[in-house]
Ligand binder design. Structure first.
Ligand code: 0X9
Ligand code: ZN
Length: 302
């Protein structure tokens, strides 16, 4: 399918989801969780939601506009879960909620104006630079480390936590169901890393860090078994860099046990964010292997 061969515009992503929801009305439900600064809908996709309360795996992608592969990976997951009968069993017991494009304004700006755009597109009165980094905008240790308070910075954390309407929409959508959400994964690129909390500072780990490492390693192994790609499992604060106000830490702080950020391909800056279209298909499968491992973990443990 197209998903394996090219990057879709926001409109194309939404048409794709609408078609899928029409074809599989019992398996795929679309629910808008809010609007962006520029008025686009923030769409969530619920797979395997038959009205019964079940444990949930929550996945979001595209928080950073230039990380284009994350959108395809999320859509590929949705498509595969909806169409491949092999996953119907697990979807009877676990619900998967995906927000495949958490930052559509930024994405369209990255497509049409500035390929390396990262942030949202909100404007603060009298300030020339647009946007805040949604992954510095969540309400947990907001504004403390690995952030900037300058609106022109790539890692501007916003004037306050949840200053971005997109962050606020995600926070309230997740909080509505947080007692049932057992795993959270944010898809990003690049670096081929599976990052576990805490990430707001260094040398600080949750009490159940061994569980996070175990599941992280299982995801990494599942990826390796697809095509041999290597994904390193590391603590986000120590192994990458401390960054406060990120979604993974916030999700963990809300009691969501298995919270990860997955940095997809490539592994180094040879192509960086501009992953060639020829590599989309393989990366989609890597991401799927990791995410289905997370779903199976929740199925087994909750
Ligand atoms: O810096 C980020 O927001 C993420 N990396 S990216 O290159 N995609 O921008 C990593 C976030 C990891 N999580 C925490 N440090 N909490
Ligand atoms: Zn990112």
């Amino acid at each position: 399918a197209d998903l394996d061969n090219r990057y879709l515009s926001y409109e194309e992503q939404m048409r794709f989801l609408e078609t899928l929801a029409q074809q599989f009305p019992n398996r795929v439900k679309l629910i808008d969780i809010g609007n962006t600064y520029e008025g686009r809908s923030l769409r969530s996709v619920r797979i395997g939601d038959d009205g019964r309360p079940k444990p949930i795996v929550w996945i979001d992608s595209g928080t950073h506009a230039r990380e284009w592969i994350s959108y395809n990976a999320a859509l590929f997951l949705i498509y595969t879960l909806a169409t491949n009968p092999a996953y119907q069993n697990v979807l009877d017991r676990v619900q998967v909620v995906v927000v495949p494009n958490t930052n559509p304004d930024g994405y369209e700006y990255s497509r049409n104006a500035d390929r390396l755009w990262r942030k949202t597109r909100s404007r603060i009165q009298d300030i020339r630079c647009a946007g805040a980094d949604m992954n510095r905008n969540y309400p947990f240790f907001w504004g403390t480390e690995g952030v900037s308070h300058s609106p022109c910075s790539e890692i501007f954390c916003g004037v306050r936590s949840m200053s971005e309407v997109e962050t606020a929409a995600l926070v309230s959508a997740i909080q509505r169901e947080e007692s049932r959400i057992r795993a959270y994964a944010a898809l990003h690129s690049y670096g081929q890393e599976i990052l576990y909390p805490w990430g707001h500072t260094v040398h600080k780990y949750p009490a159940d860090v061994e569980d996070l490492k175990r599941v992280g390693n299982a995801m990494s192994l599942a990826i390796r078994n697809v095509n041999g790609s290597f994904y390193k499992v590391v603590n986000s604060g120590d192994g990458l860099y401390p960054a406060a106000g990120a979604s993974d830490d916030w999700a963990k702080s809300r009691g969501i046990k298995y919270s990860f950020t997955i940095e997809l391909a490539p592994i180094d800056d040879e192509t960086g964010f501009a992953l060639p279209e020829s590599r989309i298909a393989a990366t989609n499968r890597d991401a799927f292997a990791a995410l289905i491992t997370l779903v199976n973990t929740v199925d087994r443990e909750f």
